[in-house]
Ligand binder design. Structure first.
Ligand code: ZN
Length: 73
């Protein structure tokens, strides 16, 4: 039986108060609750645009279904 020291993660970047505020995923600015998880509507808009782009982007079907009629004999 050895004393297991449970250290909660890595408290390295723990400076000041821990308000649990996140950083904007786009510009790393402090997130505003109103636009969470972004810092502003601008960033939220950008992310939304990217997301929509991804939705519209139709992945090419790599099936190679060219030869539909296969003559088996
Ligand atoms: Zn931002």
């Amino acid at each position: 039986m050895k004393p297991v020291d449970r250290s909660p993660g890595a408290p390295g970047a723990g400076r000041g108060k821990r308000q649990g505020k996140s950083k904007c995923a786009l510009c790393a600015k402090p997130v505003v609750e109103k636009y969470s998880p972004f810092c502003s509507r601008h960033c939220a808009d950008i992310d939304l645009g990217r997301w929509l782009k991804g939705q519209y982007a139709i992945p090419a079907t790599l099936g190679g279904d060219d030869g539909a009629s296969t003559d088996e004999q």
